[in-house]
Design a protein. Structure first.
Length: 530
């Protein structure tokens, strides 16, 4: 079978799956419907501060798995829904930033700098249209790069990296992620260490589980769902509840925004914004391909670089960046949206998650089975069908369909979601807490899982209060088992050589790069403080 045969099978797997309903006699497959539902939910979640895309994905995943089961047929509907949420949340995050000067996520902060001034000047509709067009453009560009690059990167890894090199590559990834995420390299390393420690509880020899302290509950290890959702979601909920408790009531009221003038986005305006969108899309895609850096840095770099270019070319009548410049919205939204597709390059080609959304895609694959993200996915067999490769091209199809939804109905639905900002936090947070605990119990169905989830939530809360990012913990927890398995295999394949990480030139280079990344990050942090 050739490449085009696998592409055809992947597309057919999305369009010709089990029928969910029909429209005018045309059957609509379950996967197509789940992409649509996920996309609409993602826009609503992104438009609601405190309920970003990863929260919606975390709540939805256990419920979806319990509904579709653990068969390979559930892969595309479940992951298609998660992809739809990821895409929709990327677009919806601009709504509260523009309309109410309230960034729902850190990367949306840069959107407030020009989006809210435009809204105050009566151009809220145009600002939302600019954000939607820029976000959809950057996201589409990033997906094209993903489809072109991920298979080739995976093939190169599988062809040139053996077990020692793959072990060293995992070590490099963990070192890179823990060093670049957050404000402190030391805190990132501690977060990663805690994740590895939690991952190895209850593992090891079958009759002698590690770190179980003789208890059956710990002997089974921590369920992945409880650890990931506890640290990422419950920890954030606990922190927001405390912040809400600490907030002092204010009697100030926000004046309603008034619309003035033409709110449409014209062709000549698109032409003026195109260079800024293009530069930010390139920046976001390059940053997104590196695991762990995330969309916040992409938005900041895209905004800063385009601001410098804008200053040299703007006329005296044009507003400056930060005062309602449409180019500022375009630069920010194209940059942070182009991260989402590129972030799946290390996921599909290396099996390494780069951000919170990618974590839940890998978690879905591990929970359902039948699809193991990594270099082996892109093995083009000619005599038999590689089902994982079919799923991969099905995911590519789902991403392009989500982009098509973004271009067609995304803008109108996004502008209608401004009402979500008015949901009070004291109502929203208990709902998120209840839904998360319900989702965990639906998948695990034992009380120990609930206690584990609450304990990890307290851990996540403490990490946030100490300025420690929980993402290195989550990624280390997910990669811990793979790291140990690969290291054991490499140790056995090299005849029990304890120095297998340094005897191979490529592996030793990866280890040296790991140390260099940590040292360089430490020195950069010291210079910044000085």
């Amino acid at each position: 079978m050739g490449v085009f045969d696998y592409i055809r099978l992947g597309v057919l797997a999305v369009f010709q799956g089990p029928e969910m309903f029909s429209v005018l006699g045309v059957p609509v497959s379950v996967t197509l419907a789940m992409i649509l539902f996920g996309f609409l939910l993602g826009i609503a979640a992104g438009a609601t501060p405190g309920l970003a895309g990863p929260v919606a994905m975390a709540i939805s995943l256990p419920i979806l798995i319990s509904a579709f089961g653990f068969t390979p047929d559930a892969l595309l509907p479940v992951m298609g829904f998660l992809i739809g949420v990821m895409k929709g949340a990327t677009v919806g995050g601009a709504v509260p930033a523009i309309l109410f000067n309230t960034p729902g996520t850190p990367d949306a902060f840069m959107t407030t700098l020009d989006g809210y001034p435009m809204a105050r000047n009566g151009q809220a509709g145009k600002a939302l249209r600019i954000a939607h067009f820029s976000s959809a453009s950057g996201d589409t560009f990033s997906d094209v790069v993903l489809i072109l690059c991920a298979p080739f990167l995976a093939i190169l890894v599988e062809a040139y990296l053996d077990l020692p090199e793959k072990t060293a590559l995992l070590i490099l990834s963990l070192a890179f992620i823990s060093s670049v995420i957050g404000t402190s390299v030391g805190k990132g390393l501690i977060s990663m260490g805690l994740g590895l420690f939690a991952a190895y509880v209850g593992t090891g020899e079958d009759f002698y589980p590690r770190l179980s302290m003789g208890t059956q509950s710990l002997a089974e290890g921590f369920p992945v769902t409880t650890a990931v959702l506890g640290v990422l979601i419950l920890g954030e909920v606990f922190k927001n509840i405390e912040d809400l408790w600490r907030e002092q009531k204010s009697g100030a009221r926000m004046e309603p925004l008034q619309q003035r003038g033409d709110q449409r986005l014209h062709r000549h305006e698109i032409g003026r914004l195109a260079p800024y969108i293009g530069r930010s899309a390139l920046i976001g895609t390059a940053i997104g391909a590196l695991p762990g850096i995330g969309s916040t840095l992409a938005a900041t770099l895209g905004y800063t670089i385009n601001r410098n270019r804008y200053r040299r070319s703007r006329s005296e009548s044009d507003p400056e960046f930060g005062s309602g410049a449409p180019e500022g919205i375009a630069a920010t939204e194209a940059a942070n949206s182009s991260v989402s597709g590129a972030n799946l390059i290390p996921v599909l080609s290396l099996g390494i998650p780069g951000n919170a959304a990618a974590v839940f895609l890998i978690l879905a694959a591990e929970s359902i089975g039948g699809f193991n993200p990594g270099p082996s996915v892109f093995t083009f067999t000619t005599d038999t069908v590689n089902p994982e490769l079919v799923v991969a091209f099905g995911l590519f199809t789902a991403m392009m369909l989500a982009n098509l939804l973004n271009w067609t109905i995304g803008g109108a639905f996004m502008r209608s979601m401004g009402v979500m900002i008015r949901v009070p936090k004291h109502i929203l947070l208990p709902i998120v807490l209840l839904l998360t605990l319900t989702a965990i119990y639906v998948q695990e169905t034992r009380m120990e899982a609930m206690w584990f989830a609450v304990a990890f939530g307290v851990l996540g809360y403490g990490m946030r209060r100490l300025g420690m990012s929980p993402l290195p913990f989550v990624i280390a927890f997910l990669l811990g088992g793979k790291l140990e398995e690969t290291a054991r295999q490499a140790f056995a394949a090299t005849g029990g050589d304890p120095f297998f990480l340094v005897t191979s030139p490529v592996a030793s280079a990866f280890v040296a790069l790991s140390l260099a990344v940590i040292v360089f990050s430490l020195r950069s942090a010291r210079k910044t403080k000085a």
